[in-house]
Design a protein around this ligand. Sequence first.
Ligand SMILES: Nc1ncnc2c1ncn2[C@@H]1O[C@H](COP(=O)(O)OP(=O)(O)OP(=O)(O)O)[C@@H](O)[C@H]1O
Ligand SMILES: [Mg+2]
Length: 358
Amino acid sequence: MSITLLRADQVRNLQGVDIQPHPQLNIIYGENASGKTSLLEAIHLLSTARSFRTHRIQHVIQHEKDKLTVFARLQNGPHAHQLGIERSRRKTEIRVDSETVQLTSVLTRHLPLQLITPQVSSLLEQGPKMRRRFLDWGVFHVKHDYLNNWRVFHRVLQQRNAALRQHQPNSQITAWNKALVDAATVITRCRQEYLSGLLPILQNYSQQLIQQQPELGYQQGWPEEEALEKVLSESLMRDRERGHTQYGPHRAELVFKFNGIPAQEVLSRGQTKLFISAMQLAQVSHLARETGTQCVIMIDDLAAELDRNKRKALLDLLLGTRAQVFITLTEPGLLDIDPAQGHKMFHVEQGQVVDRMA
Ligand SMILES: Nc1ncnc2c1ncn2[C@@H]1O[C@H](COP(=O)(O)OP(=O)(O)OP(=O)(O)O)[C@@H](O)[C@H]1O
Ligand SMILES: [Mg+2]
């Protein structure tokens, strides 16, 4: 799958962008503040309806304008699709093949996207939420009944938590336990199966990029050897005091270690970026292997933190996935590209994007 046409308007400083990306490699270069990250943000909006920089869409919509628009044509084997999004402060309109759709997940299925930014290290350094999101991205794309179970689980969890906060009788709270446990069991099984398929691929990429392999630990969100049903019953009083459910897959955690030491405590900054790139490359390759689905990979400021050889090593692995790749750089010379490698270069200047090979 690749984006064959991209139009974006009034996404931050972008104005009238209309480009035909290369199916494999796209280099987007330009000075600081020219609009490179904004271009990736536009593509991200098409996959998730959201920005990766802020939750406030009014900060993404161009100053003094009331809406932004992004449109793309995708080619997926013999199938062509059109995705469009228009966002104002109050309204989001999503169109897929000219039909209005309500669910963002429809966009995400059409355009699976991986993004590597200079802030990637937050995936290891911040709390478990980001790592659960990383994990769930993969499970969502590979296991198609996952989303429904995930939705059911969160609906039941919210209802149980509301009952806890409203100090309802015990019977009203425990009445949610069975539905919670049922959905939690499916979620946990899907996540574990997914991780056991992902791990060997991750080991391979990690070996190639940082010459070491991680140990991966998945903590399911409640004591390993115990049944969730029992744990929920035993923790009822504490749940009441806290006003929320403390155990379940919403508390799961992914732990990466090297020789027994947590990754974030042992890796250098460059290694951290390469290791997280390995995690994302592994997801992309695993998805292609399991379902035949090709992703789009975007790397904002690839050169940041990486020496010349590592930039090249990362580029070679990215191209090896056959995914469509968008890379931003402040200067095109920061990356050694084999002239025989099919690619396009786009120059960004003051919100305008120009194809330098056309
Ligand atoms: N809502 C907005 N409306 C108009 N311009 C905006 C808006 N939000 C941010 N900008 C401006 O858009 C410009 C492009 O920002 P962007 O982050 O895309 O630059 P960049 O090319 O990625 O730069 P860098 O190389 O420094 O990362 C900046 O000048 C920024 O101040
Ligand atoms: Mg930027």
